[in-house]
Design a protein. Structure first.
Length: 396
């Protein structure tokens, strides 16, 4: 038996840990629905990833071996693509919480009236759609906006665009469309929220849908008395603000502020103890786990609900680049620069140009990707500092 087969070789994920202690220890609970019948109109599939996190659901068509389309990678190849942006009114979901529909089954909704019966443009009584044209860094783009039955803008569909793959198509289409939506929001004082994005390879009809993973349903397992300490109350309120928001940027700021507040509180307690000549032990060095089975155990200590954590959830909570590193290192080297860029963009008058744009999908996705990890940092620090009140029944 070769070294790779007996599990002693380093895991191929790059963690540096033996395979038998890394991916070899976990059976991913998320299963692909497999091959679907040709006439299937629905199917069930497990949702991977962290609650509240963006996720992509992929549907890849299969072709006979002698069909040239059979050689196209699952993520697509250079060619023509179509991207559909489905809108919704904030607070009013288009489908059930644990349901996903492709764009063809959704009408979408917004506060922007474009045709009857909601609005009749002067001299255009028979209008049923709008056309948005955009010229940017990636060239010219055109989007067809269609209304729902009430006459409000519900979907925006790109004309065929050339891209490297489906992910690239989604990125450049978003970059072309988002500035128009932002200007409409500014000029008309209305939200224009994208409920989901569907990207289709026009050569194979394979597609993926970008959605948000729903939160778990949980039992009422909390202490009968609320904690009234101001520090605890303030942190709890920020955490709730983060979870109530659908903005990854705002979630990042709320959770990072919790981390900053906890670090400041620790320093305050250390100074007070030193001034009073009291022994105050410094917080233990907090380190991210490395192996997958250790990450799973670590998460089980931070959350009431303990699902069979999927591999995408484990990777989101503890990304490969932070495994085995100290919290302080990750906060200082990875998270704080992003926080500074956001602060300069939103709050501080420093004379600088904006370092990030929320109409740039990669910028927003980069921040969103880090939110589960920041949440885990905050919860781990909370458990250390408020262990008698926060997750008190879960042993460390």
């Amino acid at each position: 038996m070769s070294e790779a087969n007996d599990g002693s070789a380093p895991c191929s994920c790059g963690s540096g840990v033996e395979y038998r202690r890394c991916h070899g220890t976990i059976v991913d609970p998320v299963r692909s629905p497999g091959n679907l019948p040709l006439n299937a109109t629905e199917f069930k599939a497990g949702l991977a990833g962290f609650p509240g996190q963006l996720q992509q659901l992929h549907v890849v068509n299969q072709f006979p071996n002698d069909d040239p389309r059979s050689s196209v990678p699952s993520g697509g190849a250079p060619g023509m693509y179509e991207v559909v942006f489905v809108l919704k009114r904030p607070g009013f979901p288009l489908v059930g919480e644990r349901q996903v529909s492709f764009s063809s089954g959704l009408s979408g909704d917004s506060h922007l009236a474009i045709c009857p019966p909601a609005y009749t443009p002067p001299g255009s009584e028979d209008v049923d759609r709008i056309v948005l044209q955009s010229i940017g860094d990636d060239g010219p783009f055109e989007f067809i906006g269609t209304a729902n039955e009430s006459g409000f803008l519900g979907k925006l569909t790109s004309r065929p665009i050339r891209a490297r793959d489906r992910f690239h198509a989604e990125e450049i289409a978003f970059r072309a469309l988002a500035p128009s939506l932002s200007e409409f929001s500014l000029q008309l004082d209305i939200p224009l929220e994208i409920a989901q994005i569907e990207t289709k390879d026009l050569s194979t009809e394979s597609c993926h849908v970008t959605i948000t993973v729903p939160f778990f349903d949980v039992p009422m397992i909390v202490a009968p008395l609320s904690r009234t300490e101001p520090d605890f109350r303030g942190i709890a309120s920020l955490y709730r603000e983060a979870l109530n928001s659908n903005s990854p940027v705002y979630q990042f700021l709320c959770l990072f502020k919790i981390i900053e507040a906890l670090r400041a509180r620790r320093k305050k307690l250390q100074r007070a103890a030193k001034a009073a000549n009291l022994n105050h032990s410094a917080s233990l060095s907090e380190v991210f786990p490395t192996a997958y089975h250790d990450i799973r155990t670590w998460l089980d200590k931070l959350f009431y609900v303990r699902p069979e954590w999927s591999l995408p959830a484990l990777d989101s909570a503890v990304p490969l680049e932070v495994r085995g590193r100290l919290f302080d290192e990750v906060i200082g080297e990875l998270l704080n620069p992003i926080r500074v860029n956001i602060a300069h963009a939103l709050f501080e008058d420093t004379g600088r140009e904006l370092a990030i744009s929320y109409d740039e999908l990669p910028d927003t996705r980069k921040i969103a990707r880090l939110v589960p990890m920041i949440k885990c940092i905050a919860r781990r620090m909370m458990k250390t500092d408020f262990g008698d009140a926060f997750l008190a029944h879960i042993p460390d």
